[in-house]
Ligand binder design. Structure first.
Ligand SMILES: [Zn+2]
Length: 450
């Protein structure tokens, strides 16, 4: 392991309010020094990386995904439908998922994220068909192999069609099974404190696929184990109608009624809130994972990001599952967020730096991480370095703006906890060609003769 690394004289670096033109010094997995223009490290560094052609930003943090869905990208029958029919068509396909499929899908998703500048990824895995009891265990091993930070959530579905829910009975689980496995996973894998690589959260899937009881019991268990809570909420108007009919209340009232309206929870999508609901979420400190591509793809609506932030809601960015994006490219997702939010609020209201802030500081807050999301002394050394020498950047001027406006899609180097995990645009030791071949075969088998 290199003792000290100096990322020297970057072309541009995202450190709002601080001069770091001389570069960043990393030691022991943390950032120990930011250097002003022309300054040198206090002590010599064993590794010096010349960053004169790199734009350096904090490692991007993905707050919502479903890795397994990389096996059902761009599947014809759901290419052009909205959420509920999209789900009911996909449930029987997803029910075929095997441990090896999930291992391949997780590797594909994490590799794609890493290569696009992402250093920490949350996943929401709620599918446990027979034989896939160890789904989260499989994901932990892949994240460790790639050296990424992962916030893996033990998802669940417990409200099947027989009881008025959306998913078929074949993919729902009993409450006891869900809660026992949640406890096991937290006790086995959840790391606490600064620099944690693997964290586990509890994540009942959505109002229309879990019972009120599993929502309430998950909140109680999360409190006892001191871990975070995650779910989908206010994604579509169909969901709002479902809540009114099934529970006799709107989504945020439902959230509050099951003990979730607090700063332990982060919600995927968070689109259909009224002004009063936004104020309540802000006062509670409940976070939102904004997933712009998925929201456009399924025509779900537009998250009210600036109003949520104004109210005090931490807002992060998520690529969402690969069956509704259908890529896992994190830097492209930031561009999508920038543009959809401009469409809502106006061009002057949202800057590229602000959008990058959602995917870094905002996402870190949504995941409850104070040690991530910023290039600052004492923070974890999670960094993404982009080159601007490709055709798409030719003629560009401001480097930080160019990253989003010209549409960067691949990092040149990525560091996680002080270790280089992407070098020259590739993941050392990962055979991408073999991965794509086996993953594609698995994907074809999943949709065969559904
Ligand atoms: Zn989702």
């Amino acid at each position: 392991m290199t003792a000290r690394t100096w990322i020297r004289s970057p072309l541009a670096v995202l450190t709002p309010g601080e001069d770091a033109r001389g570069g960043i010094v990393v030691e022991g997995g943390r950032i120990i020094e930011l250097l002003a223009d022309g300054a040198e490290p206090a002590t010599p560094c064993e590794e010096v990386v010349d960053a004169r052609e790199h734009v350096v930003i904090p490692g991007l943090i993905n707050t919502h995904h479903h890795f397994y869905q990389t096996l059902t990208r761009a599947w014809g029958p759901v290419a052009s439908v909205e959420l509920f029919p999209w789900l009911t068509n996909l449930y029987p396909v997803w029910a075929r998922l095997t441990p090896r499929d999930l291992e391949l899908a997780t590797t594909v998703a994490l590799a794609e994220l890493l290569l696009s500048g992402c250093t920490t990824a949350a996943d929401h895995h709620y599918l446990f068909p027979g034989g896939l009891d160890d789904a989260i265990d499989v994901q932990v091993s892949v994240a460790r192999r790639l050296g990424m930070r992962a916030h893996l959530t033990r998802g669940s579905m417990s409200l099947g069609q027989d009881d008025g829910g959306l998913p078929p009975q074949s993919v729902v689980q009993a409450a006891d099974t869900i809660l026992a496995d949640s406890r096991r996973l937290v006790e086995t894998y959840h790391e606490r404190g600064e620099g944690a690589q693997i964290q586990v959260a509890l994540a009942p899937c959505s109002p229309f696929s879990v019972t009120r009881e599993i929502m309430r019991d998950s909140a109680v268990l999360a409190e006892e184990l001191d871990v975070r809570l995650h779910t989908h909420l206010a994604e579509t108007l169909d969901e709002e109608d479902f809540c009114l009919q099934m529970f006799g209340m709107r989504t945020v009232d439902y959230l509050e009624s099951v003990g979730w309206l607090g700063d332990r929870a982060w919600l995927a999508h968070g689109i259909h809130f009224d002004d009063g609901e936004i104020a309540r979420l802000g006062a509670a400190g409940t976070a939102v994972a904004h997933c712009p591509t998925s929201n456009m793809r399924l025509a779900s609506g537009t998250c009210r990001v600036l109003e949520l932030e104004e109210a005090g809601v931490p807002v992060g960015i998520g690529v969402d599952g690969s069956a509704s994006n259908d890529s896992s490219n994190m830097i492209e997702e930031v561009r999508q967020a920038l543009y959809i939010q401009r469409l809502r609020y106006g061009a002057a209201a949202v800057t590229p730096e602000q959008a990058l802030g959602w995917a870094t500081r905002g996402s870190a807050r949504a995941l409850g991480r104070e040690d991530l999301g910023e290039i600052a002394v004492g923070k974890q050394a999670d960094l993404a370095l982009f080159r601007l020498d490709g055709l798409r950047f030719s003629g560009s001027h401001d480097p930080l703006s160019a990253l989003l406006l010209c549409g960067a899609d691949a990092a040149d180097r990525v560091m996680v906890a002080g270790q280089w995990r992407v070098v020259d645009g590739a993941i050392p030791g990962l055979d991408v060609e073999a991965l794509v071949a086996e993953h594609s075969t698995a994907a074809r088998r999943m949709v065969a003769e559904v």
